[in-house]
Design a protein around this ligand. Structure first.
Ligand SMILES: [Fe+2]
Length: 379
């Protein structure tokens, strides 16, 4: 099961901006781009279930605004005003009901009163901002309070903006319009990320012997990151790295990719370019900043014998070393045309030997097997 948020691509249109981005970054033809949504949907649909609350199509739809206010007059005023400007508006009298709806059908914007019976607007805001599935939904607190401390409290809860009561329609429209625009931009970036990750899966699909490799890597690498108590954004980077680390193989011809072993020096040179190609493709997306070192350095060796930069020891970025340990284990445990799959015990012996020989970070190898051992005890 995929945990990467938004890792799906619908069957509808992809925007011209996104097509331009992909054309420039990947050198893909217009024809392929036109066909991309269908192809990617197929790749995704093969092994994954789309979340029930996902909007499967990227077709144009009215921006959805969710209003929470216990005052029925304010609630219906907002509903009327926003509907008159073409927004799809849903309104709820309390935070608990609103939250259920937000999780079920995420809106593009939340406008919330602060003081309400039950959960306050601050609490609702904080909970949504702490949840990875809802944290990117812009949240506006509507308040009659103008005290500085109340605004500070709202900012601390993660509110994106404030509106004062009484509400002036023009101010409401301006805020809503600009935040919806921001949300569209965020959605587009997420879609670009999703497409890149799905392309990562499409690279995997070219090699029948690596099926499920990206998903296992994403799962195990993020688990190891959590086990090592890394920061949340580093754990997210590890998960994405699972899908994106070999994206550069998109530029490696099939006959080289599927050969696996006994590559000629020329073929090997082509293969060794994939970390840099992958990094180049992903570099324009700032949200993938922490993933870039993983992509570039996942074939470095602790003793400096790896590629592409022959980095040594701790000069190899830690996230790349983490993903590498998980990657090596997965490769050892999987059968390939030129080698059988090793058992867990055989893989552990091999990796410890190779760690001692200078290939892998021995400390991380130890941590990885200790994590697997704990997982086995719990299971
Ligand atoms: Fe690789």
């Amino acid at each position: 099961m995929l945990h990467f948020r938004g890792l799906w691509v619908g069957s509808g249109k992809i925007s011209s901006k996104l097509k331009r981005f992909l054309r420039i970054q990947l050198g893909l033809s217009i024809r392929l781009l036109m066909d991309l949504p269908r192809k990617l949907s197929t790749i995704y649909a093969r092994g994954h279930q789309t979340p029930a609350n996902s909007d499967l199509s990227l077709r144009r739809r009215l921006p959805r605004v969710l209003v929470v206010d216990d005052n029925p007059n304010t609630m219906s005023l907002m509903q009327d005003l926003l509907s008159s400007r073409g927004y799809d508006v849903v309104a709820f009298p309390d935070a608990a009901q609103a939250e259920i709806e937000i999780l079920r059908h995420p809106p593009d914007l939340v406008l919330s009163d602060v003081v309400m019976p039950g959960k306050s607007g601050y609490e609702l805001c904080r909970e949504l901002k702490e949840n990875p599935a809802t944290r990117l939904i812009p949240f506006v607190l509507i308040t009659g309070l103008s005290e500085r401390e109340d605004r500070v409290r709202g900012i601390e809860a993660g509110a994106d903006d404030f509106l004062n009561k009484p509400i002036f329609p023009e101010e409401l429209f301006a805020r809503v319009k600009s935040l919806i625009k921001l949300k569209e931009f965020t959605d587009e970036l997420e879609t670009a990320e999703s497409i890149l990750c799905t392309l990562g899966l499409s690279v995997e699909s070219r090699d029948p012997y690596t099926e499920g490799h990206c998903e296992r890597l994403a799962e195990n690498a993020s688990n190891l990151g959590r086990y090592l108590r890394l920061e949340e954004d580093e754990i997210t980077a590890l998960r994405r790295g699972g899908y994106l680390h070999d994206l550069g193989k998109i530029a490696v011809p099939d006959d080289i990719l599927k050969k696996g072993a006994n590559l000629t020096p020329e073929e090997w040179a082509v293969m060794k370019r994939h970390p840099i190609t992958g990094e180049t493709i992903c570099r324009p997306l700032k949200s993938l900043r922490l993933v870039l070192p993983i992509i570039r350095s996942h074939h470095e060796h602790f003793n400096g014998s790896g590629y592409p930069d022959a980095l040594q020891g701790r000069n190899i970025p830690v996230l790349a070393r983490v993903l590498q340990v998980v990657d090596v284990y997965d490769a050892l445990r999987t059968a390939r045309p030129y080698k059988p799959a090793l058992s867990h015990e055989q893989a552990a012996i091999t990796m410890r030997d190779e760690g001692r020989a200078g290939l892998w970070d021995e400390e991380l190898v130890t941590e990885f097997f200790s994590m697997l051992e704990k997982q086995r005890q719990v299971a």
